[in-house]
Design a protein around this ligand. Structure first.
Ligand SMILES: [Zn+2]
Length: 363
């Protein structure tokens, strides 16, 4: 029997985005209804001792996974501010603040005609997209001919760590009781507050309002939204690096959905070029208020990215997880810049294998 990684020890970290992405009602989701959803117990921070790791890792079985290596929100601010001071190509703005008063940022690099928006960590306990976005900003704002060429072709708009209050609860022992770190401080799942069917109240979801204003200003050609699921296999049994999905709601303009499918195909190809990485297709749902569907209904092509290994976001896997997300950001930007994005057949996304079984525990 193949032994597998430890199951995360709480419902928060075991469910990733799976449970919430299926079965939600196709109706207007009011804030009261959203707030009425019971919060699950909080994430445990230390994986139990367990059996041998699965081949094809790096999976972190049997190790404590300290989260102290992640950028605190203060460190994120320092990194972004430092970059903006050193790099003329990067414009940093405070675009709002979270319910608990933590600043929300946009970082804009380039002035090209194609605009890519990158959103990270609207679920506070899904951190690696933020780490990767900082690395990508450093790379694309650099004083190199390659970066300059990308900036002439593409405008990159990053809104990192949309839910800093949830992240604080995720990483601070003092916050282990209370609201699920996935949700904001009004106990709302921000990823049910997007698009024309949602009606987020800025008083309880200022994070969504801030992002919507950034998108309205920049009118991106594509929005990529970074999350974590737990670790899954491909349908052939290998470890899946990430799962992706475009807007699948039936009312999304087909041309808008097609660009999301192009993005999925481009990410699949970029990760494949990177080596042994495998991208799978995330299960579909018609929930209209996720970013993937809600932003699509608003007319923005959108792609959901669900990285593997939410429960393994500690030191040992940090490098691999950041590299995988960074590769997806690079691949999409380069494809927008060189025209290959538009030349991509949306049907290529259909060739991505379906997500396989969940890895649910060392055995
Ligand atoms: Zn998520």
């Amino acid at each position: 029997m193949i032994s597998a990684c430890p199951t995360p020890t709480s419902p928060t970290s075991t469910r990733g985005d799976t449970r919430s992405a299926v079965g939600a009602p196709r109706r207007r989701l009011g804030l009261l209804a959203a707030a009425a959803v019971l919060a699950a117990p909080l994430t445990a921070f230390v994986a139990p001792a367990a059996a041998d790791p699965v081949p094809g890792g790096p999976w972190n079985c049997g190790e404590a996974v300290p989260l102290s290596g992640l950028l605190s929100h203060e460190e994120l601010q320092q990194r972004l501010t430092s970059l903006a001071e050193r790099r003329d190509a990067l414009d940093l703005d405070v675009v709002g603040e979270s319910l608990d008063g933590r600043p929300l940022y946009s970082a804009v690099v380039g002035d090209g005609p194609r605009t890519l928006a990158i959103l990270t960590q609207q679920h506070g306990d899904e951190p690696m997209g933020t780490e990767a976005a900082v690395a990508f900003l450093r790379e694309i704002s650099a004083d190199t001919p390659q970066a300059a060429a990308l900036r002439e072709a593409v405008t990159v708009v990053v809104v990192p760590r949309i839910n800093p209050d949830g992240f604080e609860r995720y990483t601070d022992e003092d916050f282990r009781d209370g609201i699920d770190p996935r949700r904001n401080s009004a106990d709302l799942d921000l990823n049910r507050l997007w698009g024309p069917d949602a009606d987020p109240d800025p008083a309880t979801a200022p994070e969504v309002a801030a992002v919507e204003a950034v998108l309205a200003e920049h009118q991106p050609d594509l929005v990529v939204d970074y999350h974590h699921q737990v670790t899954y296999r491909t349908d052939e049994g290998d470890m899946a690096t990430m799962s992706v999905l475009w807007s699948t709601h039936p009312d999304v303009d087909p041309a808008v959905a097609a660009d999301g499918r192009r993005a999925a195909a481009v990410v699949g190809a970029a990760l494949e070029r990177d080596g042994h990485a495998t991208v799978t297709r995330y299960p579909e749902s018609d929930t209209s208020t996720t970013a993937r569907n809600g932003l699509g209904l608003d007319g923005y092509p959108a792609l959901l990215i669900e990285q593997r290994g939410q429960q393994e976001a500690g030191q040992k896997n940090r490098g691999a997880l950041v590299r995988e997300a960074l590769t997806s950001m690079q691949g999409i930007t380069e494809a927008l810049a060189d025209g290959s994005f538009d030349a991509t057949d949306p049907a290529a996304a259909d060739a991505l294998p379906a997500r396989g079984e969940r890895v649910d525990g060392c055995e």
